[in-house]
Design a protein around this ligand. Structure first.
Ligand code: PMP
Length: 420
């Protein structure tokens, strides 16, 4: 025990009047009131949905009702693939339920090595590092790559994990206007030469489902001597000849230094990763806090991911079906008069733009009551303060389900007065 704690008279004297305690939770009063007002209006809480049963990649039971799922990121429908499930069961039997440790210590099992090999094969690269989530992959890569006195240049509509990666690191942060090649060029041009710069882009932006002009942006980044990281979370499996993503589809593989991705979307489980051809890439494992200071993924998770990634390499029929579904849904909604986030069906995300929260929630509830689940998104997650209903398609949606979905949108849109 230290000297100062041994005797009471060693303690400092407190003033007679102590400042009143401030409840740190009171800052959430506004949020609590807003949520209460929403629930009092009689709607289901859009942010507290429970999947009581999940029957397939496209069907679940929600509030006791059979529901079509059109708001998951299960693009390739891998969650119920029998080979994927079997791999998870086998790994549970052979390696147990968890690793109890960091990748750096006791948390690297055979299947962590195997899934990193599957990623190297899938992306045709020399390096792959798996993180516990895609969020942590961005957090770790961005904060570790760009240090003090260096720059991260990011799109204003970047995902929260990219923003948080910037906040976690010590680099200077520069934002450019969403998908604006010109603004990126202008802002890079103002930065000092000969200083480390990381341009962070996304293949597909998840709120509106719009695709980045990566080829032009990457060319601009290279012109200014910057390295490039592309988050391909919403494109893996169905863009480009090998399904690697938008950067492959647009032919800029040679100039993208780091690709970040996730297992929580097309792969169908949980986890994140970064792949790269950089000869010193492995050094990231030695310095990256979100890689080092957390437990590694359970063996069953990485075993399912490895099988899923290998199957995605040849999932040509699924890709074709996914794009077919996206075209049919986009065309159908557009014809009905809904205002959509993109002019063309460029991605597997189709966002419907609504006027305000009341319209968005009423429409969302009408769809749910009719047996359709879509995602509702609102500020601050959305760009320009918009309220969105976001549909994300799956390769396992049947043409008949898409027709039912369209009929439900027509009925709900007319009932709520969004379309005529
Ligand atoms: N990047 C983007 C663009 C995302 O949309 C998401 C999740 N929605 C992530 C990263 C994080 O992925 P994960 O779910 O694996 O944490």
């Amino acid at each position: 025990m230290s000297e100062s704690l041994q005797t009471a008279d060693a303690l400092p004297e407190f003033p007679a009047e102590v400042a009143p305690e401030r409840d740190l939770m009171s800052k959430f009063d506004g949020l609590i009131a807003e949520r209460r007002a929403l629930l009092d209006s009689g709607v289901t809480d859009p942010f507290a949905i429970v999947m009581e049963q999940v029957k397939s990649p496209t069907e679940a039971v929600i509030a006791g009702r059979e529901t079509i799922l059109l708001g998951t990121y299960n693009y390739m429908g891998m969650t119920f693939d029998p080979d994927v499930i079997q791999a998870g069961k086998d790994a549970l039997d052979r390696f147990g339920s968890g690793t109890n440790g960091s990748r750096m210590l006791n948390g690297t099992f055979r299947d962590h090595m195997d899934v990193e090999q599957a990623l190297r094969d899938f992306y045709g690269v020399s390096g792959a590092i798996v993180f516990s989530t895609g969020y942590m992959a961005n957090l770790g890569m961005i904060s570790t790559l760009a240090g003090k006195g260096e720059y991260v240049i990011l799109d204003a509509d970047s995902h929260a994990s990219i923003y948080d990666g910037c906040q976690q690191g010590n680099a200077e942060i520069v934002r450019f206007r969403h998908n604006s090649v010109e603004d990126l060029d202008k802002r890079l041009g103002r930065l000092p030469a000969g200083v480390g710069k990381l341009v962070v882009l996304e293949g597909v932006y998840s709120m509106l489902g719009d695709v980045a002009p990566l080829k032009e942006m990457v060319a601009v980044a290279k012109k200014h001597g910057a390295m490039v990281l592309s988050d391909e979370a919403h494109s893996m499996g169905f863009y480009g000849p090998n399904g690697r993503g938008v950067y492959e589809a647009q032919g800029c593989e040679a100039d993208v230094d780091f690709v970040v991705g996730t297992f929580s979307k097309s792969v169908g489980t949980v986890g994140g990763f970064c792949v790269s051809n950089h000869p010193k890439f492995e050094a990231i494992r030695l310095a990256c806090r979100p890689y080092i200071f957390t437990a590694s993924l359970p063996p069953s998770v990485v075993a399912t991911a490895a099988v899923s990634i290998r199957k995605l390499m040849t999932a040509h029929a699924k890709r074709a079906q996914l794009w077919d579904n996206a075209r049919t849904l986009h065309g159908g909604l557009k014809d009905m008069g809904f205002r959509l986030g993109t002019e063309n069906p460029d991605s597997a995300i189709i966002a419907i733009i609504l006027e305000d929260q009341v319209q968005a929630v009423t429409m969302w509830q009408a769809l749910l009551d009719g047996g359709l689940y879509v995602n509702m998104a609102r500020p601050p997650a959305t760009p320009a303060g918009t309220f969105l209903l976001r549909c994300s398609l799956c390769a396992e949606h049947t043409p008949e389900q898409i027709q039912r979905v369209l009929a439900m949108f027509r009925a709900a849109g007319q009932a709520v007065g969004v379309i005529g």
